[in-house]
Design a protein around this ligand. Structure first.
Ligand SMILES: O=P(O)(O)OC[C@H]1O[C@H](OP(=O)(O)OP(=O)(O)O)[C@H](O)[C@@H]1O
Ligand SMILES: O=c1cc[nH]c(=O)[nH]1
Length: 489
């Protein structure tokens, strides 16, 4: 198992440059300064993983980027292209545009590129310019780019400046034969840009070829990974993605805590998260998409219940051997956000008993009051604990402690939530390693106010449409399981 990355690399024709190859251990992780991402998770701040993708024009850089993005579907990935940082041409340069060398390092505003990349690396959103290839003009601050798990900087000369290179965690050089690059260029410039073939060939021999030899090819030595055949090299892309996943550390979180289950993501799931995380989303849409996600988490969570084999006779008279799940279940929602998950649970488990727990912080001294209404025979049930947000883990620890005090087995608790901060996962798992945590996404961490980031804000307020909700007011559950003001007792 340990030698596989290297064997696969050889099969893919991937070359790790000599220096970097020695730094790769058998797990594919790097030594030295490039190790921070996992510990970053532990500290709650995960530094983005910055990938540089260089190579000659038309070498297939953007195809490689697209394939990496497609395979990293459960990560936030943003691509910054060096072309956005072309200097706009002056009026005089415009007159002699055919003499302008777009393949020279001086054609790019590298200072601006550097400052944008530095900010992104430090988790800040940036405005990047837009260069118009028809007018040869640049529009400043045209596109907002938010910090992400992975930032890909792509362009012919992204390895040229050492300061930009130093920001990269992984450097990929796409190495495609010159004739393939030229053929692609001719096809693209004649068909897509409507240029005549003579102009394309003139520009190639005057600027593109010499610039490749003088500036681009010499940067190949900085690459950690050299990919022959660009986007046609599936195996190389698989290896790269495997390595990025290891570095990002999210899989490590599941490895460190085997009780943590992150549901397998799809673009549908990412799309739903995008909507509910968007501060501009209406309450109506927030509820709609949060409900869809909650339903998926509930279905996934139910899959962790014990089952026994069961055979049934189908209408064709055949025997179908299937399974039957435990019927001794209950849901316990943590008031109030957890109540948003009750309907999904009821829809999946007809007639399920649902109890409630309210954890109320009194003042700033950490004192907490817990009100609860639980099924009397809860000790004999499997408990699906419902709360969409796992932040610091304090609420979950309180709720789980109460369940254990009532005689529930730790192994019989499945904690269902929509998003989990790594800190909360650590706290809950350390204290209750046998409680299963099922979530749909792992977050970056917590901010100084202990809010989950990127998070989705105050879930309860957004779901129940109560921005002026008086969350400091103590509640209790009445005999009909309704949440009531304590003063109404
Ligand atoms: O892991 P923690 O740091 O304890 O944070 C998570 C808690 O915060 C949220 O409730 P909130 O206090 O916002 O109350 P609400 O559900 O009534 O809106 C959420 O529903 C959890 O119960
Ligand atoms: O970010 C957070 C933290 C706790 N509760 C929420 O609703 N959001």
């Amino acid at each position: 198992m340990g030698s596989r990355p290297v064997d696969d690399a050889a099969a893919a024709g991937v070359h790790y440059s000599a220096l970097r190859f020695e730094e790769l251990n058998i797990n594919g992780s790097m030594s030295g300064e490039e190790r921070p991402t996992t510990s970053g998770v532990e500290n709650g701040h995960q530094e983005p993983f910055v990938i540089g993708v260089a190579g000659g024009a038309s070498s297939g850089k953007s195809t490689v980027c697209k394939m990496i993005i497609d395979q990293l579907r459960d990560q936030r990935v943003v691509v910054v292209t060096q072309e956005s940082f072309y200097y706009g041409l002056s009026d005089e340069e415009l007159v002699h545009v055919h003499d302008y060398n777009f393949d020279h390092p001086d054609a790019f505003d590298t200072e601006l590129l550097l400052s944008c990349m530095e900010n992104l690396k430090h988790g800040k959103a940036v405005d990047i310019p837009n260069y118009n290839f028809k007018t040869y003009k640049s529009v400043a601050s045209a596109r907002k780019v938010n910090p992400s798990d992975v930032i890909i900087l792509e362009g012919i000369l992204v390895f040229h400046d050492s300061r930009v290179r130093d920001l990269m965690n992984m450097k990929i050089f796409v190495d495609t034969d010159a004739d393939v690059r030229l053929t692609r260029r001719i096809r693209r410039d004649t068909i897509e840009k409507g240029r005549d073939i003579k102009t394309v060939l003139d520009q190639y021999s005057k600027f593109v070829k010499p610039a490749f030899e003088d500036f681009i090819l010499p940067t190949k030595k900085y690459a950690d990974i050299i990919i022959p055949r660009g986007g046609d090299n599936d195996v190389a892309i698989d290896l790269i993605v495997q390595h990025i996943r290891t570095k990002l550390g999210q899989h490590d979180l599941c490895k460190v805590h085997p009780n943590l289950y992150v549901i397998q993501t799809t673009y549908q799931i990412r799309g739903m998260h995008t909507i509910i995380r968007d501060a501009a989303t209406t309450t109506h849409d927030f509820i709609f998409y949060a409900d869809r996600l909650i339903r998926l988490v509930v279905e996934h969570g139910l899959g962790h219940l014990p089952f026994k084999e069961k055979q049934v006779i189908t209408p064709t008279g055949s025997v179908y051997t299937g399974v039957e799940f435990s019927k001794r279940l209950c849901g316990i929602s943590v008031i109030r956000s957890g109540e948003s998950m009750e309907n999904a649970l009821r829809a999946c488990c007809k007639g399920i008993k649902i109890g409630k727990i309210l954890i109320h912080r009194e003042g700033d001294n950490g004192k907490q009051l817990i009100y609860h209404n639980l099924p009397k025979d809860i000790a004999n049930r499997h408990v699906l604990l419902l709360d969409p947000i796992l932040g610091t883990g304090n609420s979950a620890v309180q709720a789980i402690s109460l369940l254990l005090n009532k005689g529930v087995q730790e192994t019989n608790i499945i904690f269902l939530n929509l998003i989990s901060a790594p800190q909360g996962v650590h706290v809950v798992s350390k204290r209750f390693p046998r409680v299963k945590i099922v979530t749909s996404e792992i977050e970056f961490g917590l901010n100084d106010d202990f809010r989950v980031i990127p998070g989705m804000g105050e879930f309860g307020d957004r779901y129940f449409g109560t921005d002026d909700y008086q969350s400091s007011t103590p509640f209790f559950c009445d005999e009909k399981n309704r949440v009531r003001l304590i003063s109404a007792k």
